[in-house]
Every structure is written in C-alpha cells, then in structure tokens.
Design a protein around this ligand. Structure first.
Ligand code: ARG
Ligand code: ZN
Length: 871
C-alpha cells in the first residue's frame, strides 16, 4: 500500500472556499462543512468522481450537494473515503460529521488535551475531522465558526482574524474566524479552552501593528515571557535577513501538554508542545531555553517557508522543512555563537541522521515512496534537508542566495510547489548551474569522501586527490557522484594559514567543487608541506576520511582559524583514542590509553582566550550514540566501558585544572539565558562532571552542594545527573528530593522520569516498570512516554541486557501504544531498527522482538518501520 512520487496527479477538484462550523461538546462534536468546489481546469478528464478523504473515526451524518440531500445510493463510503460519482462542474458540498475528540488518542485531527480542545492536522490529520481533499495542493480560504459553552471554553480560536462573536439560541457562544490566505487543510487549527493569555505587540518594518498572543493554562502563563521575546526577535530577523514581513494582524501561539511532535505552524495560530514553549530559570535548563527560541523561530519562519509557499505533495516535505530548519539554525547562530551552534547541529546530524541514512529506513531528502507520511518527518528530511539548503548557500554566497530566496517567494507566493521549483529559483537568480547538485534530493545515503595529498617541494605544489562514494541504501543499490562543496584551508606545521594559490586566487579558504567520483585539485606557491583543514564548517553532509596524524590533529585543534574544525580535530582525536579502547574492551583486554588527547586537553584548559562553550563541547567525549554510529559492529557495553575509562583517566590526570575551571566559571549574578552565561555554565558543569569522577571527596561534596543551592534548573539538574551517573552516594536521596520539590511541574517531572529511567542499576528494568506505574506517569502524554522509554533507551546496561529483557520490554510497550497512538509507537521503534549492526548475540534477540511485533495487527505507521527493518 505504498504511495509513489511518480504517480502524482493534479487534484481533479478544487475547493475555493471552506466554511466550517464546529459545535463543540464533551460527548460529541458536530462538524458541518460547506465546500465551494469546482472541477480543476488543469485536470484533463472532466468526469472523474469526487473522492474525499475521511477517517474511521469520522461518522457521516449527512451530505448534500447544492442543498440537495444525497440519498444513500448517490454516494459511497469505501475505505474511509466518501465517493460521489455524479457532480456538476461547480457546486457547494455540505457535509455533516460526528467526531469524538475526547476519545481521540492518536492526537491527530481534533482532540482533547487537559481541559481544552486542540488540533493537529499535518500531515493528514484533517481527514479525521471531516471529509475533505486532504492534500497540500488543494488550497482554500477558510471561515470557521466555533460554538461552545462560554463558561468552560471562554477562549475559542482558529486561523486568521476574529470577525464575529455572538450567542446561539441555546445560549452557547459563537465565534467566527476568517483567514484570507488560501491554505491547505494541514494548516487548519482550532483551539477552545479556559486559557490565560499574554499580549504583546510587534510593529513590522512597513509600520503595521501585529497583535501577539500566547495562550496557556493559567498556571503556566508566567512561563511565556521568553517565548514572546523570541517571537519578536524572529519576526525582526526574518524582515532583516529575508525581507519577509508578517501578513495578518494577529499572531497566536497556544501551548498544549499532549502533542506528538514539537510544534505546528498553523496559519496565524501556532500550536506548541508545552515543552517547546514554556520557560523559566527555575524550571528550565539552558538547552531547553535555546530549544524554545529555536522552535518559536522555526514555526514563525514557516509563515513564509511553508505557508505562503507550501508543498505540492508530501514527497516535497523538505521544501518547507529543510529550508525552515536552515533558517532557524541561521537565526540561532546570529542570536548566540555561530560556531557553537554549528558544532551542536553537526554533532546531532552525524549522530542521528547518519545512523538513519545507514539503516533500513534510509531515504532520500525527497523520498520517492512511502506507506505512512508521518514516518517521514525525519532527520533526513529536516536536518539533511537543511544541509542541502546550506550547501546552496555556500555555492551561491550570501548575496546571490538572498536573490534566490526573494525570487522563490515572489514567483511562488500562494502556490504549492516542489523542491525542483526551489532549486530553479536559486539557479535562475544566481546564474549558477545546479543541475548536478539536485541529486542530493533524490539519492539516499551518506557519501564517504576520502582525501589523499601530495606535496612537491621543488615546485611548491600541493595536490589534494578527493574521491567520493556513497554506500548502497534500500532500493538504491547503485549511486552516482554528487556535487560536493568542500571548504579547505592550508596551515603550516607551525599553525599559520598559508596564502597559497588555487585557480588564480589566494587560497586561505577555498571551496573545492567535487563533482566526479575522483578529482585532483592543485594549489601552487605552497612554501612548505601543509596540514590541510578539510571540510571547514562542515561544508557538506559527508563522512570525511583523511589520515591525520595525532600531531596534525593537535595542531588543527589549537591553531585552525575555522572554529568548527578545531572542535572537529579534537573530536577525531578522541574518536581515535576511543576506537582503540573499545576494541580492547570488546576483546576483554586491559584498557591502555595514549597520551595525545591529554596533551590537547591540557592546552585547551589552559587557553583563556577560548569561548567556554567551545571548551565544554570539546571536553564532552564522543557520545555512546555517535560511537555506535561509527562502529561496524556495535558492542554497547564495550563502548560504555571505554568512555567511562577515558573519562576517569582524563579526570584524574587533570583534576587540578577541572577544579579551577569549575570555580572560575561560577556565576554570582542573576540567571540569564544569554550566550555568555550559558557558555560558562556549560563549562562549569562539564568540569564538575570530570571532578566527580576523581577519588577527590571534594568533588562529591561540590556536586551535593550545587544540587542543594542552585538557583536555576540548569545547575540543579546538571548536579543531579552527575550524581546519578557517577554513582554518588546520595544519588537516590537527591532524585527523591528533586521529585518532591518539583512534583507539581510536569515538565520538570519529565526530566526526572528520563533521568531515573537512564540510571545504571542492577534492576534497571524493574526501575522503569516502577516509573510507568508511578502516579506522575501518563500513557496518554507523549512527553512522558518519550521521557521514560527514551531514558531507558539510553540505559546501556539495562536496554542491552544480554538476556534480551530490555528489547522485549520496549517491544511490549510499542505493541500496546500502537493501539492508542500509532505515530508515537512508530517513533519508539527507532532503537530496534539498528539490530543488524549489533553484535550477534544481541542482534538475534533484537530481531526476535521485531518479528514478534510484526506478528501483531499493526498500524500503517509501525508496520512500515518494522517491515522495512526486517528486510
Ligand atoms: N510542521 C511541523 C514542524 O516541523 C511538524 C509537524 C509534524 N506532524 C506530524 N504529524 N508528523 O514544525
Ligand atoms: Zn517545520
């Protein structure tokens, strides 16, 4: 039951206007739609039947055409579709449906979260509300009437502007919203509830006043100030960077507790998972503050990259997501440190997206087929999609890129378009040929780029020979060369930038364009054998191989002018070290460490000119997940053991420096979520985590002291995590105290659930089962499910227990959850999709669980992931 991109056809009908009425009630909600339809002039055949999408949870009460109630023999209901064979060329279709939002556990369409009604319609949720042409290339002007009991639902919101408010005959309140911008149904939204609001105002660059409103349940309204400021920064930034101004007179955001994803860009009425909106120093960590800012920006930016210009079909999802992620990453880079942001984004890409690209769900940024579109809101579509846009930015340069985006928005405003249209605008505006480049959209897998060099001293010539190869992925056995921009600089052995010549230009930072399987690039006027700084700023999403010596890595780490590559060199050094240790651990040999990494870290801690955030990032050892991605065969416990060994070695060798660093970075002034403060806290807490690994009892005391006295969640939670993961004698007491302190703050409780589930314990599984039975747990709430099961997934010893009990437990949860919430269940399958890479004893156990899931009656969502994993 897969759907293919190649089968795309224009819709046979269009819907010029959509009028909806929602009669909201606790027991049943009645939805009446009036669809002003006509045949699509672009569709050749004039007699195609009208086929409207619906859902098994939508009950049809009646359907009428131009006021004529259709008798049952004049329509059909087949596979959740409403089919009407005889239609005029233009008509008004009226449909009455009954839905039960209170029983909607899928959290798609209209559902209830706490005491409110809310919606999630992307990608195909609208069909769970009423029968419709639920596809993004059908764009319509929506007018929405909401009827509800004012006492329980004083706030009643939909897209656009409120144009009318009144009472019905039964005394209910009626509110009418009108959105003048045509939009696909996936951007529809409705909210009703007893909500508090924070108001603000933004004046656009052309001088229009926009009313800004953030709605939450009343106990959370004190936590929206940061999001409101982030929104205003986003609005200003989009004007300045992209020339994009907001277009309605009102922009609203609503926080809801039960939400499958992060947030949703519904026109004029964004709906957010409360975890991506609420922030206060006492309850929110620095990471979460930055995430709130990034998500607020992301959803706001969608108003142009997604809403004004939308996707023709869901294969084009990266058209809006890749571009919008690129935009939000650039925004965060401008608000804080660009290098830190780049390191974080790349680190995430190389850990999670590379793993996806190497697994059974690997797919191109523009997939060519899918069974369930919800499964394609992936790291590949989002993060690799953003890297593609970033490469276009690199190839065109800032100015031409802006010309390209201006042309794209101007050319396609109000349209539903494709990734090809996006690239065409970039190409037309810049005059740069992107024909070959477009392969990035259609070819899955991470290219491996191998670099070899040769220096000719007599001629002062230096050559880089670069090869590319992309490994096969499911359904794509052979791969073609891609157009890969590789930013390069050359350093002397002393660490000075070399001003060599490349193609007649001074080459202290050039972008080599790799377009073939193998190519040689030549630099002249190179005075001495250089150390190449390759793939600066991570100029392409590839795996780069060059045989660096440890000394070269140490040089790059301390002297490269590209901050990203300084981190990258340090990480490579740590990876080399850990790779050896993992091999030793896996073979049951004693672990022995080389000294180069220590040399580098000593210099790092002594260099006061560095951004503390960068020092912290370098000190963070490559993660369990990243090392698993790099491994050919994953031995989870060996990786864990190697990391722990290395961490203790470093901690003991550099104890003095860590104590100093800890003390130097304590902030005495009031909490600020500023780049500078965040940087110092991250380094301080990194130092503390090393200090706590030493035999020094003072380290333990410092952890306890910080936990007890912290005035912000970043420091309190850092101390707690360190205590839990370093086996602090008071860890259990601290976990308990933390829960008692924060049991009325659900978002903090989620952090407690996650940390508790990830703790190393002999009875880890029993701990997790206990958490799922804990009063604070709620199977209906995706954040809580993800906290516990996600935390358990990071519990190396518990999840990868040799007896397979960890895998069995996760499989059991997936089977149960699939009946309630298929999207959530499908996401939880990810760790199981890696079974082929695990060492044989574990691999077999994991495969058996996949087979057990496969034997159940499954949703399309879980079926797709599990069946593809078993191929
Ligand atoms: N468009 C939203 C965003 O990235 C994500 C919505 C995803 N929804 C889903 N059901 N997969 O901002
Ligand atoms: Zn998005």
């Amino acid at each position: 039951s897969a759907i293919y991109l190649k089968d795309y056809k224009v819709p046979p009908f269009l819907i010029d206007k959509t009028e909806l009425t929602f009669d909201l009630d606790e027991a049943t909600t009645i939805v009446t739609s009036r669809l002003h339809m006509r045949r699509n002039p672009l569709d050749g055949k004039s007699n195609a039947p009208l086929i409207l999408d619906g859902g098994e949870d939508v009950k049809l009460i009646g359907v009428a055409m131009d006021g004529y109630a259709l008798p049952e023999e004049e329509y059909q209901l087949v596979d959740d579709k409403l089919i009407i064979t005889a239609t005029a060329d233009s008509f008004v279709l009226t449909c009455e449906t009954l839905i039960e939002p209170q029983n909607n556990t899928r959290l798609e369409g209209l559902y209830r979260s706490s005491s409110m009604f809310c919606t999630q319609c992307e990608a195909e949720g609208f069909r769970h509300i009423t029968y419709y042409l639920d596809r993004p290339d059908v764009m319509s002007v929506f007018t929405t009437t909401i009827i509800a009991d004012e006492a329980r639902y004083p706030v009643m919101l939909s897209n656009g502007n409120e144009i009318e408010r009144g009472k019905t005959e039964e005394g209910k309140t009626l509110v009418v919203w009108h959105d003048p911008f045509p939009k696909p149904a996936y951007l529809f939204a409705l909210v009703a509830g007893n909500l508090a609001v924070k108001n603000d105002l933004f004046t656009t660059q052309s001088g229009r006043d926009v009313k800004l409103q953030i709605f939450t349940e009343s106990h959370n309204i004190d936590k929206v100030d940061y999001a409101m400021e982030a929104l205003k920064r986003s609005m200003r930034w989009d004007e300045e960077k992209y020339g994009r101004e907001y277009d309605l007179d009102i922009f609203m955001i609503v926080a809801v507790d039960d939400f499958n994803m992060g947030a949703m860009e519904n026109k004029g009425l964004n709906i957010f998972n409360s975890s991506c909106l609420l922030a206060s120093p006492k309850t929110t960590t620095d990471d979460a503050f930055l995430r709130v800012e990034a998500v607020v920006a992301h959803e706001y930016f969608h108003n142009w990259s997604g809403n004004r210009v939308t996707c023709r079909d869901w294969f084009q999802l990266s058209l809006k997501e890749g571009f919008t992620v690129f935009r939000d990453q650039s925004f965060s880079a401008d608000m804080h440190s660009a290098t830190v942001k780049r390191v974080e984004d790349v680190s995430f890409l190389k850990t999670a997206q590379f793993a996806e690209d190497a697994g059974p769900m690997a797919h191109p940024v523009r997939p060519s087929s899918f069974i369930e579109i919800s499964n394609f809101y992936t790291l590949t579509v989002y993060e690799k999609g953003s890297e593609i846009v970033r490469m276009i930015h690199t190839l065109l340069g800032e100015e031409l890129f802006r010309k390209g985006s201006d042309l794209y928005f101007e050319r396609h405003d109000g349209q539903a378009v494709t990734c090809d249209d996006f690239v065409a605008a970039m190409q037309d505006a810049s005059g740069i040929d992107l024909t070959l480049f477009k392969r990035w959209y259609s070819q899955a897998g991470t290219p491996i780029v191998t670099v070899e060099d040769q220096y000719f001293p007599e001629e002062k010539r230096y050559q880089l020979t670069i090869k590319q190869e992309t490994p096969a992925t499911p359904g794509q056995p052979t791969k073609l060369p891609l157009h890969i921009p590789i930013r390069v600089g050359l350093l002397t052995a002393q660490g000075q930038e070399i001003a060599a010549q490349y193609q007649g230009e001074v080459a202290n930072d050039v972008t080599l364009l790799l377009t073939q399987a193998e190519q040689t690039f030549e630099f002249t006027e190179v005075p001495s054998q250089p150390v190449p700084s390759l793939l600066r700023s991570f100029s392409a999403p590839v795996k780069l191989h060059y045989n660096y010596t440890a000394d070269q890595l140490l040089l790059l780490m301390s002297a490269d002018t590209d901050g990203f590559n300084r981190w990258s060199a340090a990480q490579q050094l740590a990876v080399n070290e850990l790779t050896q240790l993992i091999e030793q651990a896996s073979a049951g040999q004693p672990l022995v460490m080389d000294s180069q990494l220590l040399t580098g870290l000593t210099a790092l801690l002594a260099d006061e000119s560095l951004d503390p955030a960068m020092v912290a990032l370098i000190l963070a050892l490559p993660s369990q997940a990243y090392l698993s991605e790099l491994a050919t065969t994953i031995d989870p416990l060996a990786i864990k053991q190697a990391r722990q060994f290395l961490k203790e070695k470093i901690a003991n060798a550099l104890t003095e420096q860590f104590v100093q660093t800890y003390q130097n970075n304590i902030i005495r002034s009031e909490y600020q979520a500023s780049a500078q403060h965040i940087a110092r806290r991250s380094l301080k807490n990194m130092a503390l985590s090393y200090w706590s690994e030493t035999a020094d009892k003072k380290g333990e005391a410092a952890v306890a002291q910080q936990f007890a006295s912290a005035d912000n969640m970043t420091d309190q939670f850092a101390a707690l995590s360190i205590a839990v993961h370093s086996g602090h004698p008071d860890a259990a007491t601290m976990l308990d105290a933390f829960y008692q302190q924060w049991k009325n703050e659900p978002l903090v409780v989620n952090k407690w659930l996650m940390l508790s589930a990830s703790q190393d314990a002999d009875d880890a599984l029993a701990v997790v089962e206990g958490l799922m039975a804990h009063p604070s747990f709620d199977l209906k709430n995706p954040n809580k499910v993800r906290a516990v099961l996600g935390g358990f997934g990071q519990n190396v010893a518990g999840f990868h227990n040799a007896d397979g009990s960890g895998y069995r437990f996760l499989a059991d949860q997936i089977i149960v959850l699939d009946k309630r919430n298929p999207q959530l269940a499908s996401r939880l399958c990810t760790p199981l999709t890696r079974w082929k890479k695990l060492k044989p004893a574990l691999s077999e156990k994991m495969k058996a669980e996949l087979e057990r899931i496969m034997a159940q009656e499954l949703s399309k969502d879980v079926y797709e992931v599990i069946s593809k994993s078993l191929v």
